[in-house]
Every structure is written in structure tokens, then in C-alpha cells.
Ligand binder design. Structure first.
Ligand code: AHM
Ligand code: MG
Length: 339
């Protein structure tokens, strides 16, 4: 009988084998995973728990918060504040950073998260998830502030997501490929179900919200027009389309069977670089995708090379199959004025 490898065992073995997971980081990742289990439980209660619907409050981005957005945020804060491995946390749902209170010891890591991604899908029982990213405090820093978080994505030391769907699945990277863990609900533990996840370089499947088509800039229009033209068009093959409206679920599909995902800049809010958030969504997903052999860009540069100027910064996101992302980047180079 093949032995089940738990997340704890996987992390301890990685620590021994690679030496690239210091013990504090391992503990931090275990606590994040434990918080995801609790969020998974709340999600699965649905109408039987007091978790559905709007909280009638707004987050810093002016979006109405759902009850589960707030519950998930609290679960992550409460689980992580006392362990001694973090200096501070930042969340899509909080205006300012959350510094670990003085009553607890402070550690050298910074945790960022989108506690409940895909909020519009909560009430309709479609997959949603948690996205997280871990940075190290800059060296010789005496006190933690927002500036410490403004590091480019290539400085992440761990990143992952947990998708709450028919199964609860955790995807994780510490810079040595991507591993996937499925929650064994009877045992209450995450079990390793896939190692060394790889995304094919080519695909016949794209993900974009087509209802925004008239607002896109020329390079994205050109790319999608060519996909839609199918075998008769320049790509000489038919494409399929998927759009779940939960980035976690769309990225998980790409991790599982390939594809390309776009949430580009569009003319609805021309002063914003995009809808998705660099620090909570784009960076962790970009690193996971690159670790699985894919690529992630904003059309002009690698997402992981963007130096953030503010915590809640938005960004245009194109990620997935390497050859498709390179093609879309090429179309942007051919339209230099495009966003
Ligand atoms: P959220 O973090 O408030 O849930 O917003 C992010 C989500 C992504 O998961 C998803 O890709 C996108 O918003 C869907 O947006 P739209 O409804 O415009 O298609
Ligand atoms: Mg989100």
C-alpha cells in the first residue's frame, strides 16, 4: 500500500533535503494551511452557517465585502498572529498592514493574502479560494511598515493558493516547483497528491471575461480575435473558452490541464492598470505559474519584476502557457502605445 505523505511530512522532508525551508517558514506554512482548513469548513457550511451574503461593509477598494471575506480574513489573522514567525500581515480586505501585536514575539516574515478570492461566486456555490504570498523582512530593518512589503514578486519565499471546490486543494511553491495537496476531510490533513506540476507550453484554451471585449486594447483584441477565428484563422486551430470568475479556480484549471488566463487593462477604468491586485493575486499566482514552467506578464514585463509602489496596487495579468504569453507580449510590442 502506498504511503500517504502529509503536508507536514512533505515540508519536513523538503527542509532536510533542500535546506530551502527554514523551520520558521515551515511552521508559518503549516499555520496558513490550518487556517485554510478552517475557511474550507466555513465555506462548506453554506446556508447552514451564518456565512452567506453581504456584510454591508466596503473594503479599501470600494468593493462590498461578503460575510465570508471577513470571516476568512479573521481566520488568517487569528491563526498567524501569535506563532512568532511573522512581523506583519497585509490583506486585500484591510486598508493598512496588520503589525503583529507587541504581546506576541515577532518573526522575520511578512504574509500577504487575498483571504477569499472569487467572492462573487460565494453565494452561487462555485469554487472560490485563498491566495497567499510570503516575503522576508528587509535586512537591518528596525520597525515594520508598509514600505517593507513593497518588494518585487521575485523576492517571494513561498506562495500558494487553496481552492475550495468539490475538493479542497492546496498548491504550494517554495521555489522548487509546485506541489499539490488534497484535503482528506476524514483525517483532517492535507495529503500530497501531485508533485512537480507542469503546464504545457501550448494550449487551445483561453480564459477571459468576454463581456469586456469592447473595452480591451488592440493587442488583447487581436489575440482573442485570432483564437475565435479557429481553424480558418491565423492560428489554424480551434480554441475552447472557460471563465469561472474566481482567479483561484481558473489558475487551478491551468495548473491541471493547461491554458492561458487574461485579466487585462481595459477602458472601463482607464486610470487603473487592471482589476487584479499585484501583491495579493498576481504575484503569488505568477510565481506558481513560472514554477510550473509557464509565464506571467502584464503585457510589457514579467509580473515578478514589477516593483510595487503601493500595497493595493492593481495590474494587468496575462499568465499560463509560455508560448501564448510570449505571443501576447509580442502583440503588445507591435502596438507600443497600448496599455
Ligand atoms: P475578488 O478578489 O474581489 O473576488 O476579485 C477578484 C476576482 C478574480 O478571482 C476573478 O478573476 C475576477 O475577479 C473576476 O472578475 P469579473 O467578475 O470582472 O469577471
Ligand atoms: Mg481576489
Amino acid at each position: 500500500m502506498s504511503k500517504k505523505i502529509s503536508l507536514t511530512r512533505y515540508l519536513i522532508e523538503q527542509q532536510r533535503k533542500q535546506g530551502n525551508i527554514p523551520p520558521e517558514l515551515r511552521l508559518l506554512l503549516e499555520v496558513v494551511a490550518r487556517a485554510c482548513k478552517r475557511i474550507s469548513q466555513s465555506v462548506s457550511k453554506g446556508a447552514l452557517g451564518d456565512v452567506m451574503g453581504s456584510a454591508e461593509s466596503e473594503n479599501v477598494q470600494g468593493e462590498i465585502q461578503k460575510k465570508l471575506d471577513i470571516i476568512a480574513n479573521e481566520v488568517l489573522i487569528e491563526a498567524n498572529e501569535w506563532g512568532g514567525h511573522l512581523a506583519a500581515m497585509a490583506s486585500e480586505e484591510m486598508d493598512a498592514i496588520y503589525v503583529v501585536p507587541n504581546r506576541y514575539p515577532k518573526g522575520e516574515y511578512l504574509l500577504l493574502f487575498d483571504p477569499l478570492d472569487g467572492s462573487s461566486n460565494i453565494d452561487v456555490n462555485v469554487s472560490i479560494g485563498t491566495i497567499f504570498s510570503v516575503l522576508r523582512m528587509p535586512e537591518d530593518d528596525r520597525g515594520v511598515d508598509e514600505g517593507d512589503f513593497l518588494q518585487p514578486g521575485h523576492r517571494q519565499v513561498a506562495a500558494g493558493y487553496c481552492v475550495y471546490g468539490p475538493q479542497t486543494t492546496l498548491a504550494l511553491t517554495v521555489g522548487d516547483g509546485v506541489a499539490m495537496f488534497t484535503l482528506d476531510r476524514e483525517q483532517g490533513s492535507f495529503v500530497l497528491t501531485q508533485e512537480d506540476v507542469k503546464i504545457p507550453r501550448d494550449t487551445r484554451e483561453f480564459a477571459i471575461n468576454m463581456s469586456n471585449m469592447r473595452h480591451w486594447d488592440a493587442p488583447v483584441r487581436r489575440y482573442i480575435d485570432e483564437c475565435l477565428a479557429g481553424v480558418e484563422g491565423p492560428r489554424e486551430k480551434d480554441f475552447n473558452m472557460r471563465w469561472i470568475a474566481s482567479m483561484v479556480a481558473d489558475v487551478h484549471r491551468i495548473m491541471t490541464r493547461g491554458g492561458v488566463f487574461l485579466y487585462p487593462w481595459d477602458k472601463r477604468e482607464p486610470n487603473k492598470p487592471g482589476k487584479l491586485r499585484l501583491m495579493y493575486e498576481a504575484n503569488p499566482m505568477a510565481w506558481l505559474i513560472e514554477q510550473a514552467g509557464g509565464a506571467a506578464s502584464d503585457g510589457h514585463q514579467r509580473i515578478l519584476d514589477i516593483t510595487p509602489s503601493s500595497l493595493h496596487q492593481r495590474v494587468s495579468v496575462i499568465l499560463g502557457a509560455k508560448n501564448e504569453v510570449e505571443r501576447i507580449d509580442q502583440y503588445h510590442r507591435e502596438h507600443p502605445a497600448a496599455n
